[in-house]
Every structure is written in structure tokens, then in C-alpha cells.
Design a protein around this ligand. Structure first.
Ligand SMILES: Cc1cc2nc3c(=O)[nH]c(=O)nc-3n(C[C@H](O)[C@H](O)[C@H](O)COP(=O)(O)O)c2cc1C
Length: 340
């Protein structure tokens, strides 16, 4: 059924159908219809990662629900966890439209959204109104007009504000659409940022009597040497989890297709293999106690399984969900249950 609906939605501009679909999901959920999908869906496949008990290994990746407006509806689709955001301290419009492009021949998307969001206060208000009782991650970023040198200030605001409202918090230093952001993945910039956030996390844990894990999300566009260096920093700072990967700037796999020359990050099928290799290398180079959440081109249960085989403990989907709908969630839960 999703396929027929999708064929209609794909006739519209990508961002229009994005909002239409999410609003329709929200309505369907309010009418009690999404419970039907879930009740004949997968049996539970619990797993403990970052000290959190997940009902299954398959999550919704960041960026679909940037403002936390669709938590209940997404929560009714069988995901083991949902990550909302990326959210910034202050509201910002993102890049001018069009900024989201489908490449159906490649089962891919190119986006340059640029962290369009209503700001963290709005998102936290949405979280407080949601009745969803499942695992929730909040993904934080910096405003586009905050200098990269002052990025830590924005992440500290996000961490402090989101701390008691999430099961885990993701620090996004890997979006390609905020100029300079990916610079935070390297050398002293990375180390200083992570040490600052780790100290704040310890303070907050003491203050509130509750430890909330912090995950770091990285790009796929890294050399072997860069991965080795980053893995060293992640191990020494003892981050709580790594999320690999964000979208890629490498468009070689889609050359010649309509929209292939659009600026932005590429996701979906062309990213599958590459993101799995990045996970494999981080798994080899990083302290084995630090779990990896694998994301990037999971378009089938088999691809989800491959992420686990490369060393991930959990997986997330975005583009696969756009192309295949809730059926993909079910397929991935079943595939990753067997793998576990
Ligand atoms: C339209 C779009 C918007 C995204 N926005 C965000 C975001 O705000 N924060 C983030 O960490 N990742 C964002 N992502 C990246 C996804 O979470 C994911 O890491 C990436 O798309 C690879 O997975 P996929 O191939 O399953 O889509 C976005 C992806 C897409 C396609």
C-alpha cells in the first residue's frame, strides 16, 4: 500500500510531500490507525546499549522530525527508538528552497536543508506534550551564525536544556550543510569540544542524579588516517556511543542522474557500502566498549544486518523509510533480531 501512496507523493516537490506525509501520519495516529500496523508487526527484540533498554535495534534517524512534532506518530510505527532534531539553540530558517531532491533511479536523496528548525525551546515543548513512552534521542547542533570557534557554547546550551528530556543526546558535528561544522571532527577542535561536553555531562549527572549518554555523529567522508585519529580521541574521552554515518559529499555514484549536481549531502542506496566500511574501521580502531549506531543506506533488512556484522549494535534509517515506508522497519527488526 505504501508503494501506491509513494508513487503519488513522488509527483510533488520533495519537501511538500515530506510535510504532507508526516501530517497524514499524525492524523492517522490520532485516529488510532497506526496501532493496527504495529499490533500485527514484529515481536519485541530487546537489547541494552549505552545502559538503555531498547525494545528493538531499529531507530528513526535524525532530520525527519527536526522539531519533535511527529513523535507519537513515528513511535507507533514499530521503531525501537526515535531521534529528533537536529535542533539549534535559536530558531533558524535553513537554506532557501528547493533544498531537498529525490533521485529515484538511485533510491537516494540529496539535501541541503541547513538545520531548519524552530529552536530548542519549541522542540522541548513538543517533547513534553508527546505521550510516546519509548526511547527518545535529541540531536543537537549549532546555529549557522554562531562562529565555529564558539560552537561549544551552542552545544552546551543544547546539552543543558535537553538533558532531562532525552534518553540520549547526539552531538551532530557532521552535517555538510552548516559551513565549517565538519571542522569540529578533527584534531584539537574535536578533543576540546568533547572534553568540554564530557565535563558538563558529569556536572549535570551529579546535579540531577541521572546519567544521560552522549553520542557523537560523524560523516562518512573520512580517510583511514582521520578515522584512526578520531577513534583515538573517542576512546580517550570515552564517548557513550558513535553514530556513523551522516550523508556524503561524494556524488560519484549518482553522476549523470537528474539532481546529481545539486549541492548537499547524499543519502540512501549509494551510501550503503561506504558507511558500512566506515563503521567497520571505527570498530577496529576504537575502544570495543563504545557502541556504534549504524546508519547510511539501509534500504533492506539485509543491509541492516550488514551494519551489525560490521560492528554496530543498533541501526537507524531515513532514506530507506522514505522509499519503502513502515514495511522497512518491520523487515529490519526481523533481520537484526536474527543477527542478535
Ligand atoms: C532530508 C534529510 C535531512 C537530514 N537532517 C539531518 C539532521 O538534521 N541531523 C542529522 O544528524 N542527520 C540528518 N540527516 C542524515 C540522516 O540522519 C542519516 O544520517 C543519513 O541520511 C544517512 O542515512 P540514510 O541513508 O538512511 O538516509 C538528514 C538526512 C536527510 C535525507
Amino acid at each position: 500500500m505504501y508503494k501506491h501512496l509513494r508513487d503519488l507523493l513522488f509527483l510533488l516537490p520533495a519537501e511538500t510531500s515530506h510535510h504532507l506525509t508526516l501530517d497524514a501520519l499524525k492524523l492517522a495516529n490520532k485516529a488510532g490507525l497506526l496501532g493496527l500496523i504495529r499490533s500485527n508487526a514484529q515481536p519485541a527484540a530487546p537489547t541494552r546499549v549505552m545502559g538503555i533498554d531498547f525494545p528493538n535495534r531499529v531507530g528513526m534517524a535524525a532530520g525527519l522530525d527536526k522539531n519533535g512534532e511527529y513523535i507519537n506518530a513515528l513511535g507507533a510505527l514499530g521503531f525501537g527508538f526515535i531521534e529528533i532534531g537536529t535542533v539549534t539553540p535559536r530558531p533558524q530558517p535553513g537554506n532557501p528552497k528547493p533544498r531537498l531532491f529525490r533521485l529515484p533511479e538511485a533510491q537516494a536523496i540529496i539535501n541541503r536543508m541547513g538545520f531548519n528548525n524552530y529552536g530548542i525551546d519549541y522542540l522541548l515543548d513538543q517533547v513534553s506534550k508527546a505521550s510516546y513512552k519509548g526511547i527518545l534521542g535529541i540531536n543537537i547542533g549549532k546555529n549557522f551564525d554562531t562562529a565555529v570557534e564558539n560552537a561549544a557554547d551552542d552545544y552546551l546550551i543544547g546539552l543543558r536544556k535537553a538533558y532531562l528530556h532525552a534518553h540520549y543526546i547526539t552531538v551532530n558535528i557532521s552535517s555538510p550543510n552548516t559551513p565549517g561544522l565538519r571542522k569540529l571532527q578533527y584534531g584539537d577542535d574535536l578533543k576540546n569540544l568533547l572534553v568540554t561536553l564530557r565535563e558538563e555531562q558529569s556536572k549535570l549527572a551529579q546535579q540531577h542524579g541521572r546519567y544521560v549518554p552522549v553520542a557523537i555523529k560523524v560523516a562518512p567522508d573520512l580517510t583511514e588516517a582521520e578515522i584512526r585519529d578520531m577513534a583515538g580521541v573517542f576512546s580517550s574521552v570515552q564517548i557513550d556511543a558513535l553514530i556513523a554515518t551522516n550523508t556524503t559529499l561524494d556524488k560519484s555514484a549518482v553522476q549523470g542522474l537528474r539532481h546529481a549536481d545539486e549541492q548537499g549531502g547524499l543519502s540512501g542506496m549509494p551510501l550503503t557500502q561506504h558507511s558500512t566500511e566506515v563503521i567497520r574501521q571505527f570498530r577496529a580502531d576504537m575502544d570495543s566498549k563504545i557502541p556504534i549506531i549504524g546508519v547510511g543506506g539501509i534500504m533492506s533488512g539485509e543491509a541492516a544486518q550488514a551494519k551489525l556484522a560490521a560492528g554496530a549494535s543498533l541501526v537507524q534509517v531515513y532514506t530507506g523509510f522514505i522509499y519503502r515506508g513502515p514495511e522497512l522497519v518491520k523487515e529490519c527488526v526481523e533481520a537484526t533480531k536474527k543477527a542478535g
